[in-house]
Design a protein around this ligand. Structure first.
Ligand code: NAI
Ligand code: MG
Length: 494
């Protein structure tokens, strides 16, 4: 019988109120992996109540920031001990390379260590007031129950980017993972329990967006929502959050430019283009899906990228030498393929790929690395996020023209710049309208480095010192140190 996973609420596994479960599939083999609880509003209510009560309990609220840091550090250790197991579970669930997930899992403890160290460095300040008799200081407080909603492409990493700072700041969390990848998030809650977090500090309700995600966002006791996923869902969540005046941090879609200048090391740039769009099958918010190549190197770059794309080893994500696994689920495959067909109908040339690859002995949702040429900024394949291994490669002639083309997008998540010219690198870093700029590299990420989506790519900051403030509120305390008579009750000022 298929294994069944329940919600994790208040430190224990809890069956879904309505008794329903849904299957999660291995996208490479199409085997059913397990069934997860199909969460609905009563489950969400129970989880938020558990998180609220933990937020107020002495076992959590009574901890010093340093003690919270110890717990986060323990969690980092425990995750490190289980890194290979977690990598395997994620790879089975979303089809990404075991090799990549292992790399992610081994880096994951660093996020917990980083915020463990930051927990007791969140400080207020003393404000120079207008009167010497007034002591005015600020303090940063946790918000309360933070809801996190995350996608399937890097489940644990994207969830960690939210809960590590949220917990370090003293909040409690209710996590609603993607319906495609519930398992490792439930393991995360177990590991938090093992690390010594009090019951109710980390809760997980599994299920679908409309059934479990929406009631979480609209729960009156939720103090903040932190979301990563599509821009369309992010917009709905932001509207709901606005109607209740709670904050939201949103990490949304992208259509990032990867720009190759005539003075670039073209061989490295071609590898950067491959890394940007074919690693993870392009199923990443930071995918470098719009490639701009200077006319002088356009042919060479196109040839190098096409050649390497054609030799990408497609297959079982668990096999060490595989370079491209399947897309994560059937709709994703259909979406990618329909975009490629749309591009062709808009006049694009399918220069490479554009179909399911041949010779794969697994039945999963595979799609060949695809190169589109004869494309321009008016086409939907250049404007909309495809979230698959589809690169649109376009030539340009002048830097000013390039800046116009690169910035002509509703997104602003990331950009790659390939050049050997130092002045140009810094100039472009300033002129490109994106929250992360990579020069002569791509897809680099660190818990220390803040990232923010500009324009429709997001709201708020993840990673770095800044992101912990997203999970705090600032209080200003005024103390009158003058015990003498109040001179004029109608004019009390600082
Ligand atoms: P999605 O944005 O709809 O889902 C992400 C998360 O939000 C999931 O946990 C989902 O259950 C939840 N959710 C969905 N509707 C909700 C609602 N009304 N209220 C609260 N929570 C809700 O993305 P999905 O369905 O996983 O993928 C669809 C497409 O979105 C992909 O093909 C891709 O283009 C894009 N996407 C982009 C991501 C990025 O990082 N840029 C990440 C995930 C998806
Ligand atoms: Mg799955």
């Amino acid at each position: 019988m298929t294994e069944r996973l329940d919600h994790f609420i208040g430190g224990e596994y809890v069956a879904p109120a309505e008794g329903a479960y849904f299957a999660s599939t291995n996208p490479a083999t199409l085997d059913t992996l397990y069934e997860a609880a199909r969460g609905t509003e009563p489950d969400v209510r129970r989880a938020v109540a558990a998180a609220r009560s933990a937020f107020e309990s002495p076992s959590w609220a009574g901890l010093t920031a340093t003690r919270r840091g110890h717990l986060l550090r323990r969690l980092g250790d425990v995750i490190g001990e289980h890194a290979d197991e977690l990598a395997m579970l994620e790879s089975l669930d979303n089809g990404k390379l075991l090799r990549e997930m292992r790399g992610q899992m081994r880096a994951l403890p660093e996020y917990y260590y980083y915020y463990a160290g930051l927990a007791d460095k969140v400080q207020g300040s003393q404000i120079p007031a207008a009167s010497l008799d007034i002591l005015n200081y600020t303090q940063r407080e946790p918000l309360g129950v933070v809801g996190t909603i995350t996608p399937w492409n890097s489940p644990l990493t994207l969830t960690t980017s939210k809960i590590a700072p949220a917990l370090a700041a003293g909040n409690t969390v209710v996590i609603k993972p993607s319906e495609y990848t519930s398992r490792t998030i439930l393991r995360l809650a177990e590991l938090a329990d093992e690390a010594g977090f009090p019951a109710g500090v980390v809760n997980v309700v599994t299920g679908f967006g409309a059934e479990a995600g929406a009631p979480l966002v609209s729960h009156p006791d939720l103090a903040k929502i932190s979301f990563t996923g599509s821009t369309a869902t992010g917009s709905r969540i932001a509207a709901e959050a606005a109607s209740r005046f709670i904050g939201c941090t949103l990490e949304l879609g992208g259509k990032s430019p990867n720009i190759v200048f005539e003075d670039a090391n073209v061989e490295n740039a071609a590898m950067g283009v491959i890394a940007g769009i074919y690693a993870a099958g392009g199923q990443t918010c930071i995918a470098g899906s719009r490639v701009f190549a200077h006319r002088a190197v356009y042919d060479e770059l196109l040839e190098r990228v096409t050649e390497r794309a054609g030799s990408i080893r497609i297959g079982d994500p668990l096999v060490e030498t595989t370079e491209l696994g399947p897309l994560a689920f059937e709709d994703q495959l259909e979406k990618v393929d329909s975009y490629v067909r749309l591009g062709a109908s808009e006049g694009a040339t399918v220069h490479a790929g554009g179909a399911r690859p041949e010779g794969i002995d697994l039945p999963g949702y595979y799609y060949a690395p695809t190169v589109l040429t004869d494309v321009h900024n008016d086409m939907r394949v250049v404007r909309e996020e495809i979230f698959g291994p589809v690169a649109a490669i376009m030539p340009f002639e002048h830097e000013d023209e390039l800046v116009g083309l690169a910035n002509d997008t509703e997104y602003g998540l990331a950009a790659g710049i390939w050049t050997q010219n130092l002045a140009r690198a810094h100039r472009l870093a300033r002129r490109i309208d994106a929250g992360t700029i990579w020069v002569n590299t791509y897809r680099a990420m660190s818990p220390m480095s803040p990232r923010q989506g500009f324009k429709h790519s997001g709201v708020g900051i993840e990673h770095g010192i800044e992101s912990i403030y997203e999970y705090t509120r600032l209080k200003s305390v005024w103390i009158n140190t003058d015990e003498g008579p109040v001179a004029d009750p109608f004019v009390m000022r600082g």
